[in-house]
Design a protein around this ligand. Structure first.
Ligand SMILES: Cc1cc2nc3c(=O)[nH]c(=O)nc-3n(C[C@H](O)[C@H](O)[C@H](O)COP(=O)(O)OP(=O)(O)OC[C@H]3O[C@@H](n4cnc5c(N)ncnc54)[C@H](O)[C@@H]3O)c2cc1C
Length: 406
């Protein structure tokens, strides 16, 4: 049986039940720490599978990476190597199913991507050829084709771009809240602010999860705590090395449509959500000044003042208008700093420390793209107390090697 078939089978098993939680799992008490998009997806699938789920978050749903994210749903060339690309491909197609079942608005239509400089463009074309070998319908397209897809885009007549037609973009805060609401319909409880501080064990088994709002009896704990890098060591006795990096996301008020798909241009990426909000993300990060470096040492989740937030938003909008002049009409409404949960080797961390089997870790980048499939895989492993073959490469026990990219 190939991996895709296996995933589909377990998805069907987990999602079965015609909207009813599975009674056989009703006794299993699971606390999910972290109400970002990963915790929300796992909580939804666990609750749907019949587990008694409590979600806790030290701040609130989608207040960290799942708020300050570009939220591009993709399996593009940067997702390397092939096994990781495949995981993303599967998840992109699972987003379509989730969109239908939970009515989450997603703007599909694909992405356009290109670089400054012949050398980088040559590498991009080589990666796109590789994508095609891996079953992704991506291709390099001419300026005339780009113009047909994005009439408002300023694009050099002699240039080419990578077009990945399967990609989409979502409002990550709306998606997270929708998943949590769906989990609540299956009996899940969502508590915030409530911070995980410790676990109580007896005879090597988890008994309860200790939080700032009290003790919660639990058979399993899920650590979906994103970039909070000390927690796996402290709670699960295993180090999950991260190299979390910051990014800025600026979101406009709803405006008339200026672009149709995700655009990844030199220095800026942008998409316009279904609700008309233009979303800007930075390719290279804020200017590297001493003031920025000093502030970033403290890993802020917000800007020091609304004026500074607006300044960054305007700076990014100015870059965006080089490519889409009509974007100048955008009124920047929100500007966020997001810290990427980024395991050292760039791949998801999914599973347990064999010496702490009741604590399941789910930490990753590309968590927006991956949320649907990660929810299914994690819920299946937790509820059935099993290990899915094929996920060995993502276990927290693997040797972590730093890789370039992401
Ligand atoms: C700038 C930027 C751009 C990105 N762009 C993309 C993209 O285009 N596509 C894509 O797929 N991915 C993208 N990502 C990555 C993606 O956003 C993340 O992988 C995803 O949001 C991670 O979700 P999460 O639920 O694991 O983490 P988070 O959303 O960070 O949630 C973790 C939660 O844990 C809570 N928490 C932490 N410690 C505790 C504790 N002790 N007790 C209780 N709660 C706790 C926090 O409050 C937080 O709410 C981007 C990320 C950033 C920052």
């Amino acid at each position: 049986m190939d991996r895709r078939t296996l995933l589909k089978l377990l998805a069907a098993a987990t999602l079965a039940g015609c909207g009813h939680a599975q009674e056989s799992n009703r006794g299993l008490k699971v606390v999910v720490a972290g109400a970002g998009i990963i915790g929300a997806s796992i909580a939804y699938l666990l609750a749907k599978s019949g587990a008694s789920v409590t979600v806790i978050d030290k701040q609130g749903p989608a207040t960290h990476a799942s708020r300050g994210t570009f939220a591009w749903i993709n399996a593009t060339w940067a997702k390397q190597p092939q096994h990781y690309h495949r995981l993303n491909q599967d998840s992109v197609s699972d987003w379509g199913e989730l969109q239908q079942s939970l009515n989450i608005p997603i703007r599909w239509g694909g992405s356009l991507e290109w670089f400054d400089g012949a050398e980088k463009q040559k590498k991009l074309a080589a990666r796109i050829a590789e994508q095609r070998d891996w079953g992704e319908p991506a291709r390099m397209i001419s300026a005339a084709e780009v113009a047909a897809l994005e009439p408002n885009l300023e694009f050099a007549a002699d240039a080419v771009a990578a077009f990945s037609p399967n990609d989409g973009a979502v409002d990550p805060v709306l998606a997270t809240n929708t998943l949590l609401s769906a989990a609540k319909k299956f009996g899940a409880i969502v508590l915030h602010p409530s911070e995980l501080v410790d676990v109580s064990m007896s005879g090597g088994r988890l008994v309860s999860v200790e939080t700032t709002t009290g003790s919660i009896r639990a058979d399993r704990l899920v650590l979906a705590t994103g970039a909070a890098s000390d927690l796996p060591q402290r709670i699960a006795d295993i180090d999950v090395p991260q190299r979390s990096t910051p990014g800025i996301i600026a979101i406009s008020k709803p405006m008339s449509r200026v672009i149709n798909r995700v655009i990844v241009a030199p220095g800026i990426h942008m998409h316009q959500r279904d609700d008309g909000c233009l979303v800007l993300g930075e390719q290279d990060g804020a200017p590297q000044t001493k003031a920025h470096a000093d502030r970033l040492m403290k890993r802020p989740n917000d800007f020091p003042s609304p004026a500074i937030a607006q300044k960054h938003g305007q700076r990014m909008l100015k870059i965006a208008t080089r490519f889409v002049p009509e974007a100048a009409a955008a009124a920047i409404d929100k500007t966020y700093i997001g810290w990427r949960p980024l395991p050292l080797d760039g791949h998801p961390v999914l599973g347990t420390n064999p010496n702490r089997k009741d604590v399941y870790i789910a930490i990753m980048h590309s968590g927006v793209s991956l949320a649907p499939i990660i929810g299914q895989l994690a819920a299946h492993e937790i509820v059935n107390n099993t290990a899915i073959a094929g996920l060995e490469l993502y276990r927290p026990t693997r040797p972590f090697k730093r890789v370039k990219g992401y």
